[in-house]
Write a protein that binds this ligand. Structure first.
Ligand SMILES: [Zn+2]
Length: 271
């Protein structure tokens, strides 16, 4: 049992499988949420590059002037270092790389950031590593802080999240019969996407407006750059939000609020 002696740099990034056998380890990560824990601690949910979503204890994080500073604020991207103890790993040190503190002065973007984090926390299982998705998520956090349209960013984010979860909407083939869907504007949430006209006539169908169908297609299949260039009208934003919220309820988990409902609720509270 000579594991502590291995390697001279105690904070090198480790492969998740290797991690359990090392006392110290570190990883790039961002903060998904924090909760009060014990008398003075916080239980921090991080999305890490090499281990996916994990929970760690930040001892003393609720004491004023604690060593973690603002590195535990939601969405903060940084380097986080831990040691394995009994139960949750213990956070020992953190270095901020990107902070989103300034968004407190931009309520819509601040809310969008929280919506994204809540959605992520709701849908992602712990310890399901995906380094490529970690990069995608960091990019979305930075996009929300940028000048782009929040509704478009959140729509694209949800489509990427569905794909990551293995339930990406089908838009080129009919999601019921598998035949080419062409330019069909029929949408069927339970079967998972666009359906052809023949299938739409058979049972329950939902006709999207032509522009909404085009936006759904773009959000699912265009490059991120192209999808985020789109300017959504208020009606289009509401339509897409409703479609994606229903889709989430049906294919991921029930009960998560739409962006419209979420932002409205918090706007009311803050008044
Ligand atoms: Zn069909």
């Amino acid at each position: 049992m000579e594991k502590e002696k291995r390697g001279s740099a105690p904070f090198r990034v480790l492969h998740p499988l290797e991690r359990d056998f090392s006392r110290y380890w570190g990883d790039a990560a961002f903060v998904v949420r924090t909760a009060e824990w014990g008398e003075m601690d916080r239980l921090v949910t991080l999305y890490t590059q090499s281990a996916g979503k994990i929970r760690v204890v930040a001892r003393g994080a609720r004491k004023s002037g604690n060593r973690f500073g603002s590195s535990l604020e939601p969405a903060t991207i940084g380097k986080y270092f831990f040691y394995s103890g009994r139960g949750w790993p213990i956070l020992s040190q953190s270095e901020i790389q990107v902070s989103f503190r300034h968004l407190i002065n931009k309520p819509l973007r601040f809310l969008a950031l929280h919506y994204l984090l809540l959605l992520l926390n709701d849908s992602i299982e712990e310890e399901s590593p995906d380094p490529a998705f970690f990069s995608v998520l960091c990019r979305f956090l930075e996009l929300i802080a940028g000048p782009g349209m929040v509704e478009a960013i959140l729509s694209r984010f949800r489509c990427d999240l569905f794909k990551h979860l293995g339930v990406g909407p089908r838009i080129t083939e009919c999601s019921r019969c598998g035949l080419p869907a062409g330019n069909s504007t029929y949408w069927d949430t339970p079967s998972g996407g666009i359906i052809c006209e023949t299938c739409s006539k058979r049972e329950g169908w939902n006709l999207l407006s032509r522009d909404t169908a085009a936006i759904v297609r773009m959000m699912v299949s265009s490059s991120q750059q192209e999808a985020l260039r789109v300017r959504l009208s208020t009606r289009q934003s509401c339509d897409i939000d409703r479609i994606l919220t229903d889709y989430y309820s049906c294919h991921v988990r029930e009960g998560f609020p739409s962006w419209q409902a979420f932002s409205r609720r918090y706007a009311e509270i803050s008044q």
